[in-house]
Design a protein around this ligand. Structure first.
Ligand code: FO1
Length: 301
């Protein structure tokens, strides 16, 4: 069967499903479009956490404990930085640093992020297409009750998602163009998959890039809930829903994506929401969505 799929993904949860999809869909038929709103500059280096998490996972290189960073990593540089009193809240491993150094060098020479990503994918043996949502800078800003606006990694890593979220802003989104290949992949896709990533800060920024939302809306869309039994496996999505005054649940995620969805996958613990979602004209698919082992990713994909 020849089916063309575009998957929209953020970090760890999205990367796991992308990895499952990559094992059941032949290369050339799967494009993973990745959020770049989490990108930031640190020690002068251009860091793309979600792109790297997706690529490392597809390349079988990801640290299985954290989901981000590289397996078998060492931390000599970080230790050296710490000894010098440098900021070490964002953990950059020695081999991971090679990715950021080389990406920064190439970008400074005028290569586009999508070109650098393609080249890195070849080096890491990734046959499927991975695209940043845009080559243009977009920065997710968290608006918090206590501290006003925070840069995403400052909120996520430095402040450990503690500040109470009141809203989001995607700086630069109006000027951002979809990266080369994104619109073509969407226009030729048979279906679009929203991976189990954070709806607010992983999937929404991708949809907000001008030109993407309407292309996605024209296709059959399937989403996998990142919220299971009212909680997230990883990350602050459930906390964000609660702070925004919405009860965190698979139902809340389905409602978030309601205008796009043809089918919605949720865990058996959330079966109580199935009828309501069906009444919205969305197929409710109840199946195990926790992807602990490789087989779980493949089965869900
Ligand atoms: N997440 C953390 O919670 N702590 C870290 O120190 C950290 C470092 C890091 C380094 C490289 C990288 O690619 C990702 C890293 N992440 C870290 C993950 C990242 O902050 C998040 O996964 C995403 O931005 C949210 O999707």
């Amino acid at each position: 069967m020849s089916i063309r799929i575009v998957a929209l993904a953020g970090g760890v949860g999205g990367a796991k499903l992308a990895n499952g999809l990559a094992q059941v869909i032949p290369a050339g038929q799967l494009t993973v479009v990745v959020n770049t709103g989490d990108d930031f500059t640190h020690f002068g280096l251009h860091i793309c956490p979600d792109l790297d998490t997706v690529c490392y996972t597809l390349g079988g290189l990801a640290n299985p404990e954290t989901g981000w960073g590289l397996v078998g990593e060492s931390w000599r540089v970080l230790e050296g930085l710490k000894a010098l009193g440098a900021p070490t809240w964002f953990h950059l491993g020695d081999c991971d640093l090679a990715t950021h150094l080389e990406r920064t060098r190439r970008l400074s020479q005028g290569e586009r992020l999508s070109e650098v990503t393609q080249s890195f994918c070849s080096a890491w043996g990734i046959a499927h297409t991975v695209l940043p949502m845009s080559d243009d800078p977009v920065a997710t800003r968290i608006i918090s009750a206590e501290e006003g606006e925070l840069a995403f990694q400052q909120y996520f890593v430095e402040r450990r998602c503690q500040p109470r979220v009141t809203g989001f802003r995607f700086e630069g989104i109006e000027q951002a163009k979809p990266a080369p290949g994104v619109i073509e992949a969407l226009e030729t896709a048979d279906a679009v998959v929203f991976c189990p990533s954070n709806p607010w800060v992983s999937i929404d920024p991708i949809l907000a890039v001008p030109g993407i939302r309407e292309r996605v809306a024209a296709k059959p869309v399937v989403a996998v809930s990142p919220i299971i039994g009212g909680k997230t496996v990883k990350g602050p999505a459930a906390k964000m829903y609660a702070e925004l005054g919405i009860e965190p649940s698979a139902l809340a995620v389905a409602e978030h994506y309601r205008s796009f969805l043809g089918a919605f996958f949720m865990d058996p613990v959330d079966i109580e929401h199935a009828m309501k979602i069906e009444r919205w004209g969305i197929m409710s698919m109840v199946t195990n969505t926790i992807m602990s082992a490789r087989e779980d990713r493949v089965r869900l994909a």
